[in-house]
Design a protein around this ligand. Structure first.
Ligand SMILES: O=C(O)CCC(=O)C(=O)O
Ligand SMILES: [Fe+2]
Length: 465
């Protein structure tokens, strides 16, 4: 937990500099001994010297007048690539990402700076598949409280944890080995937080799929988690506004879908690789997959385990049409995302890919087990359950002009009902859960076709999470 106690990477109110692309390309290597593949860093490459070359100290004044903000590389001084790579789980071979850190303003107003920042974020996602954003002091405090609550929760007895299940929502506890990715059990132990709706709530009474209470174990868990989620919800909305600027689409084109968004969070614990229950695959925490909504804001402790794939023309998954679970899991080409103090990472989900017609793509990722237990949060910023999505106006041209390959010209599904996508994905992950069984037994899936489940605002908005 030491990594959460130090000061943030950047002070507030500063925009950051550097070149994200160069960082990921040239700062990548596979440390000797990891996966037995040896170094992939070019011979003679001096990481320290390269860092200095690539990270000129930009005077504060210049940074503020830039219209093309770029992230500054984190840990410019004392975290060499070697240090970052050392946390990679054993048995894995991957490049090591050394990403810049973007700072998100307290408010997004549409200023010149906001527009440039939006463009820079979009550029970074298209290049690297992931961005890092600095935590504010308030976010850091809430994250630390939530992390402490997570550790307390996962220490409870198996029976106490197993009691945190709801038959109507997918919120609550998922034991290690219960979740399935590509037919193989994941070792992650999870508490999922979905919108907490009591039994009298109209949507719950009407038996809408996935709608129900969040089975909190106690207020010690609930209070810090709700606070942290709320602050991430606000961060998510700002990021969406910035993405609108980055994509040159009409303001509101994305945020209109997140009114009463179906945001949810996975509070995660991974066992050490030598202390699993044997139900999954050795060394595998979660198999490769893409997440379902717009984007995922994540935090991790200092242990390490997350790997992503960068966007590639010849690796275009469309998870809403054909499962991307398990794809390329054992292939080369993974990038390790080392823990960095004081940052959230943000990767993109299926719906962002769909809305932008592949201009932005969902980031495949997976988690390896390390020598120590690992704790992480994944907050999913999502459209409303009722949202019926269609690709954004103008995205066809943008995708085609930036990338003339036939892959971008494939016919896209006419529309996607987010609630249906979410329900299908959760049924796939938890085939044996009581929630899935009740959904099927009560034929709740047929409700997904009803107009009130496809109309934004059909039900009065209820407080988020
Ligand atoms: O553990 C992480 O960092 C990511 C977890 C993840 O991919 C997920 O919960 O969907
Ligand atoms: Fe994920």
């Amino acid at each position: 937990m030491t990594s959460f106690m130090a000061r943030p990477v950047l002070p507030l109110g500063r925009r950051v500099m550097g070149s994200s692309r160069a960082m990921l390309n040239t700062a990548s290597y596979g440390p000797p001994g990891f996966g037995g593949a040896g170094m992939t860093m070019p011979p003679g490459f001096n990481a320290k010297a390269a860092q200095q070359l690539r990270a000129p100290r930009v005077p504060e004044k210049t940074a503020q007048t830039q219209t093309q903000p770029q992230p500054r590389r984190a840990h410019a001084r004392d975290d060499s690539l070697n240090t970052l790579g050392k946390t990679m789980p054993p048995g894995y071979k991957a490049q090591v990402a050394q990403l810049g850190v973007f700072e998100i303003p307290e408010q997004v107003t549409g200023s010149v700076g906001d527009r440039a920042l939006g463009k820079a974020l979009v550029r970074a996602w298209r290049q690297d598949g992931i961005i890092q954003i600095a935590m504010s002091e308030a976010q850091r405090r809430l994250m630390e409280d939530a992390m402490a609550a997570s550790r307390r929760f996962f220490k409870k007895s198996p029976a106490e944890k197993a009691a945190c299940v709801d038959s109507q929502s997918y919120a609550g506890y998922i034991a290690s080995g219960e979740e399935v990715t590509d037919g193989i059990a994941d070792y992650s132990e999870i508490f999922t937080i979905t919108k907490d709706l009591d039994l009298a709530e109209p949507r719950v009474r009407a038996k809408w799929p996935c709608h129900g209470p969040c089975p909190w174990p106690d207020v010690d868990m609930k209070t810090p988690m709700v606070r942290y989620n709320d602050v991430l919800g606000a961060e998510g909305e700002k990021l969406l506004q910035l993405v609108e600027f980055g994509l040159d689409v009409t303001p509101g084109s994305l945020t209109r879908h997140t009114r009463d968004g179906w945001h949810h969070t996975r509070v995660l614990r991974f066992p050490p690789r030598n202390a699993t229950n044997g139900r999954g695959k050795e060394g595998r925490g979660i198999g490769s997959h893409t997440d379902y909504g717009l984007f995922v804001i994540s935090a991790q402790d200092d242990v390490g385990g997350l790997f992503i794939r960068r966007p590639k023309e010849d690796e275009r998954f469309a998870n809403w049409e054909k499962s991307a679970a398990g794809l390329r899991e054992d292939d080369d080409g993974w990038v390790y995302v080392p823990p960095v103090d004081g940052v959230h990472t943000v990767i993109l989900g299926d719906m962002m890919q769909y809305l932008t017609r592949n201009y932005l793509t969902a980031t495949p990722h997976k988690v390896g087990l390390n020598t120590r237990e690992r704790f992480a949060f994944a907050y999913f910023h999502e459209p409303s359950f009722q949202a019926v999505l269609q690709p954004l106006d103008g995205m066809q041209d943008k995708a085609a002009s930036s990338s003339p390959s036939p892959a971008t010209k494939t016919k896209v599904t006419d529309e996607i009902h987010y609630g249906t996508h979410f329900t299908r994905m959760f049924m796939r992950n938890y085939p044996d859960r009581v929630t899935t069984k009740r959904l099927l037994a009560e034929d709740r899936l047929s409700l997904l076709e009803r107009p009130e489940l496809r109309t934004m605002g059909a039900v009065p908005a209820v407080p988020a999470l």
